[in-house]
Design a binder for this molecule. Structure first.
Ligand SMILES: CC(C)(COP(=O)(O)OP(=O)(O)OC[C@H]1O[C@@H](n2cnc3c(N)ncnc32)[C@H](O)[C@@H]1OP(=O)(O)O)[C@@H](O)C(=O)NCCC(=O)NCCS
Length: 165
């Protein structure tokens, strides 16, 4: 049975192993275990029958923007809806915080497009580029694609107001 939950501190080592597994294959960027401990409150984990099956984090970048990071699903559990469920949980979190946009930098833009994201120009996220990407060893040769989902938390304002009489 699949469940999506906030990560616990006891998940950090397993999250690190999962991210390292995919990062070693060039599918995502490495994250030091210390950084995962520090960011554990950002993480969601998927569990299948109690065991860690996947992870992903929502990192708030500013007043209107958050990033989905470190999204990974165990190799033996791919394409069973787990990645989509983790992203949906991150989006729910972003909405509950009143954020307007969620983005990701990814080698798998097609996956994110299936979750409603659109491909974007990375310069739509200058706080990411100038604070973090500049320190990345792949900065000048980055193959990641930016994707974004507009949440429009004020969308209710555009709903027509019912008029009486
Ligand atoms: C990318 C990843 C997280 C997707 O997780 P997953 O659990 O296998 O994907 P899901 O089963 O939730 O897929 C949801 C939908 O996206 C599709 N999809 C999955 N991977 C895809 C890909 N690489 N490209 C395009 N579509 C993809 C699925 O077919 C499914 O489509 P459907 O809704 O029509 O059925 C997973 O493949 C993974 O861990 N990859 C290695 C690490 C990685 O690349 N992380 C992303 C870096 S940001």
């Amino acid at each position: 049975m699949l469940s999506i939950e906030a990560a616990r501190i006891s998940d950090a080592e397993a999250i690190h192993q999962l991210v390292t597994f995919w990062a070693d294959r060039g599918d995502m960027l490495h994250r030091p275990v210390g950084e995962i401990f520090e960011a554990i409150r950002d993480f969601k984990v998927a569990r299948v029958d109690g065991a860690l099956a996947g992870c992903g984090s929502l990192h708030i970048m500013g007043s209107d923007l958050a990033e989905v990071r470190s999204l990974a699903v165990r190799e033996d559990l791919q394409v069973k809806g787990i990645g989509a469920a983790i992203v949906a949980a991150c989006i729910d979190d972003a909405r509950s915080f009143g954020l307007e946009r969620v983005f990701a930098l990814t080698y798998r833009p097609g996956f994110f497009e299936k979750q409603g994201f659109r491909v974007a120009n990375v310069m739509e996220f200058p706080q990411k580029v100038w604070n973090e990407c500049v320190r990345c060893p792949f900065f000048t040769n980055c193959k990641e694609v930016a994707v974004v989902l507009d949440l429009n938390p004020r969308g209710d304002l555009s709903v027509p107001v019912a008029r009486g009489g």
